[in-house]
Design a protein around this ligand. Structure first.
Ligand SMILES: [Fe+2]
Ligand SMILES: [Fe+2]
Length: 143
């Protein structure tokens, strides 16, 4: 893969991570009980750490980083949002699997495996929350 293409792949990942962090922070502000808010904030913190790690890789490649658009998505319906975010977390798992194959250095490959493990955990936990809500077991405290 050409260097420029690699940088593009990394920048896309960076943008996705920053956006995910942003959505989860907003989600904690709008939805969930105390425990769920803690979970959303923890996901946000994880995604921010992932973004920082991708930035380090870009820095190591001496990439020039352009503007990274970050915007908040509609979060009125927690149920629909969780469906969307299960798909996003699943995509993140695949992304880091692919990135591990693209990056040649063992350190960077280890980093990809670590992040992928965290994305898998996000996916599992969001799926559990989705199931709870689906079964009517959770009262959303949205005002
Ligand atoms: Fe992430
Ligand atoms: Fe995630």
């Amino acid at each position: 893969m050409r260097n420029g293409d690699m940088i593009e792949v990394l920048q896309q990942g960076l943008q996705d991570e920053m956006n995910s962090a942003f959505q989860y922070i907003a989600l904690a502000g709008r939805h969930g009980d105390l425990e769920q808010k803690q979970d959303f904030l923890r996901y946000a913190a994880d995604e921010l750490t992932h973004a920082q790690k991708l930035l380090q890789v870009l820095d190591a490649m001496q990439a020039e980083i352009g503007e990274i658009p970050v915007s908040l998505e509609d979060q009125d319906d927690l149920y629909l949002f969780l469906i969307e975010y299960m798909a996003r977390e699943e995509a993140a798992v695949f992304y880091y699997e692919a990135l591990e194959n693209l990056l040649q250095l063992p350190d960077m490959q280890r980093m990809c495996r670590e992040i992928r493990g965290e994305e898998q955990l996000h996916l599992r936990q969001i799926r559990e929350l989705y199931q709870h809500i689906k079964e009517g077991g959770v009262h959303d405290q949205k005002q």
